[in-house]
Design a protein around this ligand. Structure first.
Ligand SMILES: [Zn+2]
Length: 292
């Protein structure tokens, strides 16, 4: 939509990144009638396209099928960002690289949205995966819609209408979760990635995770033994893994306890172009299988 002159700081940051030997430059084709939106990873990408609809070209920085916790933007990503209308990220430490990006973009015309900024219903345990509570996902969509309206005020009615549509679907999703949870006979979920404190907070579930909140650290032998003991003591039949990473340790735990594996998707990336509501309903079916 618009071209922005690169600031000296941006140019310096780009040449610094380029010097570190990142992947070759990819050119992004811009449709100049639409606002150019960049998002940090898949959940933000999906929310941006829900709000932006036909008015926006939404580009996702974290490549398809990659884990956002390990992602770093390349020099070409940085160059593209300096020409964006809107940059959207989750915040709360989900993207450890945004401080330097925001510094690079400060003083430019790029509108930056930290989607989690107005999220209120945050789980007590530290967990940046706030969007897995539908109420929080709506707060993020609202922040994103505000960003769109600021970047493209002429189309504010369009973005507001799309946000209203999301609001209705979020309400339905939340009701469907509440109805299902009322019929659960167990509330304990064993997960690989410790990504579900906010989901648990919303619906009164309890998470016991094998790997940490950024999905990297493996459990100690003591922790492994605790988890296996917990599964046996509570007669748990299913362990949740996730689409982007299959933990061998989770498989070992399942083998040791006779549990079956089910998929719970933290919505950090999709190789099948699924949307938030698709994934949240798939997760609900998996939770019903495990807990009803
Ligand atoms: Zn995660």
């Amino acid at each position: 939509m618009k071209k922005i002159l690169m600031t000296a700081a941006a140019a310096a940051a780009i040449s610094m990144l380029a010097a570190c030997g990142t992947k070759p430059t990819e050119t992004v084709e811009n449709n100049n009638d639409k606002i150019q939106v960049y998002t940090s990873f898949y959940a933000m990408y999906d929310f941006a396209r829900e709000i932006g609809g036909d008015m926006a070209d939404v580009h996702n920085l974290c490549p398809v099928g990659s884990e956002p916790h390990d992602f770093e933007p390349t020099a070409s990503d940085m160059a593209a960002l300096t020409e964006a209308d809107l940059f959207i990220y989750n915040g709360m430490g989900m993207e450890h690289w945004t401080d330097s990006v925001n510094e690079t973009l400060s003083g430019s015309d790029v509108i930056i949205v930290e989607a989690s900024a107005n999220v209120e219903n945050i789980a007590e345990n530290y967990d940046p995966h706030v969007w897995l509570d539908p109420e929080n996902a709506l707060a993020e969509m609202e922040a994103i819609a505000d960003g769109f309206i600021q970047a493209d005020p002429e189309n504010s009615d369009y973005y507001t209408a799309r946000l209203d549509d999301c609001r209705g679907r979020i309400e339905q999703l939340d009701n469907d979760y509440k109805t299902a949870v009322a019929g659960f006979t167990s509330h304990n979920i064993i997960t690989s990635h410790e990504a579900y404190f906010n989901l648990c907070n919303a619906y009164g579930l309890i998470q016991l995770a094998v790997n940490g909140v950024d999905n990297s650290e493996d459990p100690t032998p003591t922790r492994m033994a605790e988890i296996i003991e917990f599964i046996k003591a509570n007669d748990i039949k299913y362990v949740f893994t996730e689409p982007l990473s299959t933990s061998k340790i989770v498989q070992t735990i399942a083998d040791d306890t006779g549990c079956e594996l089910l998929t719970l998707d933290p919505f950090e990336g999709s190789t099948e172009d699924k949307g938030y509501f698709d994934v949240m309903y798939e997760n609900l079916e998996a939770l019903k299988t495990a807990l009803q």
